[in-house]
Design a protein around this ligand. Structure first.
Ligand code: HEC
Length: 239
């Protein structure tokens, strides 16, 4: 059967439109708040993936129940507990939309990895916080134009290597000159960094003894609890 050319053109245009990033309009005066919230939400998502490593890596279990809905419900609950308000109460609307976009990207990331998460008979699945963050970041970028990077001086992957802006801020986190999130406008973007620290849950892969291999087969960095691990780096298009 021959498909009429006009239909082909329409379908092509529609799918290109769906694939193209739809920027979330964030006014410059709300950019810091939006970037900070996005970073906090990513850290919450990472925490949930970290807290479920036992279930995810259980070889005796098939379906783990670690579904997209489960993930986003937990993210919303944790957000509410930490921030004292629900995602739906967040204002202005640009900030809320950015947060909803992180929830949506996280949901897609978990959905796209259901096969991996639910595979029985396999111990380590590799669905760890950094991998969740990387996949979610790619989806978020494609859908909204918001950039998300997990950067550190001791990077395991070259794509996490800090750029000039990130290296400057990481140094200030390290020296203690900056203790909390920091952001500024750079060209058409608002760039923001939220420091992340080593917790107990990170130690088995990033802790002592330095040089030993972790469960993922990568070299442990030898961090101690409380050490600066790096930062969540957000790059937000502003209008
Ligand atoms: C099961 C092992 C494991 C655990 C637990 C773990 N990580 Fe990782 N981490 C890795 C691996 C493997 C990578 C490289 C991932 C990739 O392929 O992008 C990584 C990468 C990262 C990165 C990206 C920078 C880089 O090295 O390329 C950050 C930041 C990070 N981890 C922080 C943490 C923090 C903070 C915790 C605790 C909440 C944690 N990780 C827990 C294994 C782990």
């Amino acid at each position: 059967m021959k498909i009429p050319r006009c239909i082909v053109v329409i379908v092509t245009l529609l799918s290109a439109n769906l694939l193209a990033a739809t920027p979330i309009p964030v006014a410059e005066e709300n950019a810091e708040e939006a970037a900070r919230m996005v970073a906090k939400m990513v850290i919450i998502g990472r925490g949930i993936v970290a807290g479920h490593q036992g279930v995810i890596n259980d070889p005796a279990k098939g379906n783990k129940g670690f579904s997209p809905d489960y993930m986003t419900t937990h993210m919303r609950k944790t957000f509410e507990k930490k921030m004292g308000m629900s995602v739906d109460q967040v204002t202005p609307s640009g900030v809320k939309k950015a947060l909803l976009a992180v929830l949506d990207a996280s949901s897609v990331a978990v959905r796209n990895n259901q096969g991996r998460i639910n595979r029985p008979g396999v111990k380590f699945k590799g669905f760890i916080p950094a991998v969740y963050g990387r996949i979610t970041g790619n989806i978020l970028k494609a859908k909204t134009g918001i950039g998300l990077k997990q950067t550190t001086f001791k990077y395991r992957n070259a794509y996490n290597k800090p750029d000039q802006f990130e290296a400057g801020v990481l140094k200030k986190f390290e020296s203690g000159e900056l203790e909390e999130g920091y952001g500024m406008r750079v060209g058409a973007k608002y760039r923001y960094m939220e420091p992340i620290y080593i917790k107990k849950a990170c130690m088995k892969c990033h802790g002592q003894p330095k040089g030993e291999l972790d469960i993922a087969g990568k070299v442990k960095e030898g961090y101690e609890i409380g050490d600066l691990r790096g930062a969540i780096s957000i790059s937000l298009p502003v209008n």
